[in-house]
Design a protein around this ligand. Structure first.
Ligand code: OSB
Ligand code: MG
Length: 368
């Protein structure tokens, strides 16, 4: 793949409303946008999904920037590749820093798909024309959670995930279940429990949740297997699965019955595809997780979620869930609870350069 230059943009935008978990309340989103210019001016785009502070994983916007500028881009400059799938092996010389790697790797996939004149979805083996859309409710206020759920259901969303912790779990889950008896409802704990909370977690079995996401430690797969043995509600792992090996071990130990795949968390689309294939083989359903992202990462998620193993609606909502104005055009929209898979080449969305530039706080170009 011929690369002429790589441009990094740091952009910043306020969320429409705060996103509250027991770990952090996100009010503004900073992200790194990667623009790779290849042969004949064709451009591929990727988005770094690390946050401004290291509350979800150890990476931040600044550590990602440092990795991209000082290690990953120089590595790619010295070692040209022919296919984006080669980037994972090349980047494995650098430990972890998965979100930084994925930002660059996903831009390579978009560029490659455009060069091949294919949509990213069809390049990776997507077969469907549309995917069902789920949404996340993240607030500390129960009336607010009820209001948001009502509004999202009116907008057509097919599945609602609420953020819980031992402080609000039974209160939120029981009330939402009472008001929305047939709703496909699930809960994400972001590691707010320990095995000492076993009885609390067992009590949640009563409410017919689709699954409970990441109840225990962010890096645990051992105790999750003990816990899964005690619960009827399926456990879904998010934070604990950062590699193909993690997925293999978690499945083998029975630590979960569902896996949330996030491209950024696992270090790129190539590893996400491998985890998907393993889960299909082992009959573990998967869904695509969200990172409060802008349109570029959202578009990569849409392509990924078009694969056959993605049998559960993920956290892929419309652009309007978080943004007054997204950096892609058209924006991602939800119609009858579904998102169309774009047919255009690459990620299938154009970059809204006006918004991108307006929201840019820093930019730098690297000539290759
Ligand atoms: O744990 O799934 C998570 C957002 C940021 C960080 C971690 C998580 C989330 C979400 C998805 O819950 C929110 C979204 O993108 O809609
Ligand atoms: Mg999660």
């Amino acid at each position: 793949m011929k690369i002429e230059s790589i441009k990094l943009f740091i952009i910043k935008m306020p969320l429409k409303s705060p996103f509250a978990t027991h770990l952090e309340t996100v009010t503004d989103r900073e992200s790194i946008i990667v623009e790779i210019t290849g042969r004949d001016g064709v451009q591929g785009y990727g988005e770094g999904v690390a946050f401004s502070s290291p509350w979800y994983t150890e990476e931040t916007v600044k550590t990602s920037y440092h990795m991209l500028k000082d290690f990953l881009i120089p590595l790619l400059e010295k070692n040209p590749i022919n296919h984006p799938a080669e980037a994972t092996e090349l980047f494995s010389r650098i430990r972890r820093n998965h979100m930084a790697k994925a930002a660059l790797e996903t831009a390579l996939w978009d560029l490659y798909a455009k060069e091949q004149k294919l949509s990213l979805s069809s390049l990776i083996g997507g077969k469907v024309n549309r995917i069902p859309s789920g949404v996340v409710v993240a607030t500390a206020s129960l009336p607010d959670a009820i209001r948001q759920t009502e509004n999202y259901l009116a907008e057509g969303y097919r599945r609602v995930k609420i953020k819980i912790s031992p402080k609000n779990d039974i209160e939120f889950v029981s009330e939402l279940r009472k008001r929305f008896p047939t709703l496909e409802l699930m809960a994400d704990a972001n590691s707010s429990y320990t095995m000492k909370d076993l009885n609390r977690l067992k009590a949640l079995d009563e409410y017919g949740l689709l699954m409970i996401e990441q109840p225990l430690g962010h890096d645990d797969i051992i105790e999750h297997s003990f816990l899964q043995n005690e619960l009827t509600t399926p456990i879904c792992l998010d934070e604990s699965i950062v590699s193909l090996d993690d997925a293999r071990k978690a499945i083998q130990l029975g630590s979960c019955r569902v896996i949330n795949i996030k491209i950024g968390r696992v270090g790129g689309l190539e590893t996400a595809l491998k985890i998907h294939d393993l889960c299909v083989e082992k009959e573990i359903p998967v869904w695509c997780g969200g990172m409060i992202e802008f349109g570029i990462s959202r578009a990569h998620n849409i392509a990924l979620a078009s694969l056959p193993g993605f049998t559960i609606p993920g956290d892929i909502s419309g652009s309007g869930r978080y943004w007054e104005e997204d950096i892609i055009e058209p924006e991602v929209i939800v119609i009858n609870g579904h998102i169309e898979i774009p047919k255009e080449h690459g990620i299938g969305f154009k970059i809204n350069k006006k918004t991108l530039i307006e929201k840019t706080v820093f930019e730098e170009t690297f000539r290759m």
